[in-house]
Design a protein around this ligand. Structure first.
Ligand SMILES: Cc1ncc(COP(=O)(O)O)c(C=O)c1O
Length: 449
């Protein structure tokens, strides 16, 4: 498994910026990641297999922290948005890198706490948090609950009425900014289901006045996902600061933290350029500093919540080609995964690329459709993929597969969900075992007859 004995050169992969930082190709044309032969891992652990490169995850955490510190003079914090992917090993790694964690459900909170993630560094989001989830968050004494709507605020105010230590909260606002991304990924427009409409702000402030168990610390907004343009971030800061000024002037409330959300773009295909965290952080920092100066605010703490841009590039999905089909104008490669482990192409028309893991730098000889195994015609993982001539049994490697794939995975067609491994310096760790058929019936009631 350890491929460190082979002579390696830096990946001559098309679109090297799509692959994990440690990706390389050995002399035999085999894809190596984290010092491991990827095709060998696929055969050892079975496919579909999701492989994560530890170096790439740690490096993206560090880059975002360094970029934010460089771009802003006030206090900063980077929270990983765990909806992109969460499991115990990843929660521990994120904690180890010193980041905070955003959760949006009792389940994500449970996994984070189970992994030992410090509760004070956990923030809870969600537009439909249940009473039970709010109680779970309160009893764990997490760092912040980010309130989405007036009903949630009412429940929280009542749940915390006799609390000795007030629960820190932030208000999520809908800033009325439509960012340039897929409609399903926009969240900052005025009619979004997320966040308080600006005209509900007064009611929220009034309610907070009579809620002794809650302490308003911050304001939050999140514009959407896969954003490459920085202008909307500057506009978002402006709205957040306007809101902070309104809360101060009308209600005497002091905002100590501005949370600009996540959404920073990630390239999925070779023609898309990398996103520059330093440019993004500088733009946010400059906008915030400038607006604070104008309004006479001391510099608040600046928080961002990248998810995709921390985990997407670190993940590579591995599939086996199990069948091929030649039609007059189309050749299908049928793989043993698809929308059950990665629904993004079916959900958003997301585009991916792929290589054959054992011919990673071979020239393309044909254009193929990579068809998933699930019983939906829409389950085509990649349209028009240029590949060398592929055969049954070949291992297909799909980069940028770390975010919103496994976290959205299902057992559709009762197909067990994939195993997950973490690689580093020639070592491999199974961090999540493959689901089994027993798992598929584990929740079924026993037949009493
Ligand atoms: C509130 C909030 N913060 C952060 C994120 C992370 O977004 P991304 O993974 O695009 O960085 C999301 C994703 O939808 C979100 O809803």
């Amino acid at each position: 498994m350890n491929a460190s004995h082979t002579t390696r050169k830096r990946a001559a992969l098309l679109g090297a910026h799509l692959w994990p930082l440690t990706a390389a190709i050995d002399e035999g044309g085999r894809l190596i990641i984290g010092g491991c032969n990827v095709a060998e891992l696929a055969r050892q652990y079975g496919t579909p297999l999701y492989l994560f490169d530890e170096v790439t995850i740690r490096e993206s955490c560090r880059t975002w922290c360094a970029a934010l510190t460089a771009g802003y003079q006030g206090e900063t914090a980077v929270h990983y948005a765990s909806k992109a992917l969460l499991n115990s090993a990843l929660a521990r790694l994120i904690a180890d890198e010193g980041l905070g964690l955003d959760v949006v459900s009792g389940g994500e909170l449970y996994v984070a706490l189970h992994a030992g993630f410090p509760p004070q560094r956990i923030y809870m989001h969600g537009n439909a948090k249940t009473r039970a989830e709010l109680e779970q968050a309160l009893s764990a004494e997490i760092g912040q609950i980010i309130v989405d709507n007036l009903d949630e605020l009412e429940i929280l105010a009542n749940l915390t009425l006799y609390r000795l230590r007030p629960q820190p909260v932030a208000l999520r606002i809908a800033p009325d900014i439509a960012a340039d991304t897929h409609a399903h990924m926009q969240t900052g427009h005025a009619t979004s289901k997320f966040g308080l409409p600006l005209d509900a702000l007064d009611a929220a402030a009034e309610r907070l006045r009579t809620a002794p168990g809650l302490r308003l610390l911050g304001l939050h907004a999140h514009l959407g996902s896969q954003l490459f343009d920085l202008d909307p971030y500057a506009a978002e800061i402006e709205v957040l600061l306007d809101t902070a000024a309104r809360l101060r002037d009308r209600y005497g409330l002091t905002i100590q933290e501005i949370n600009a959300g996540g959404g920073m773009g990630v390239p999925y295909t070779a023609d898309q350029k990398p996103f520059d965290p330093y440019a993004c952080a500088a733009r946010l920092g400059e906008a915030l500093t400038c607006r604070c100066r104008e309004r006479g605010f001391p510099l608040p703490r600046l928080v961002i919540e990248p998810g995709r841009s921390i985990i997407a590039r670190a993940g590579v999905a591995l599939y086996t080609i199990v069948a091929t089909k030649n039609l007059p104008h189309t050749r299908f490669l049928h793989i043993d995964g698809g929308m059950g482990d990665n629904i993004r192409p079916a959900l958003y028309g997301a585009r991916y690329t792929a290589v054959l893991a054992e011919q990673a730098n071979a020239p393309a000889e044909e254009i193929v459709e990579i068809a998933g195994r699930y019983c939906e015609s829409g389950d085509v993982l990649i349209h028009a993929a240029p590949l060398p001539r592929a055969r049954v049994g070949d291992i297909l490697a799909v980069p940028v597969a770390g975010a919103y794939t496994l976290s959205m995975a299902s057992t559709y067609n009762l197909t067990p969900r994939p195993a997950v491994v973490m690689v580093n310096s020639g070592n491999v760790r199974l961090i999540q075992r493959r689901e089994t058929y027993e798992d598929l019936i584990a929740r079924d009631a026993r037949d009493e007859t």
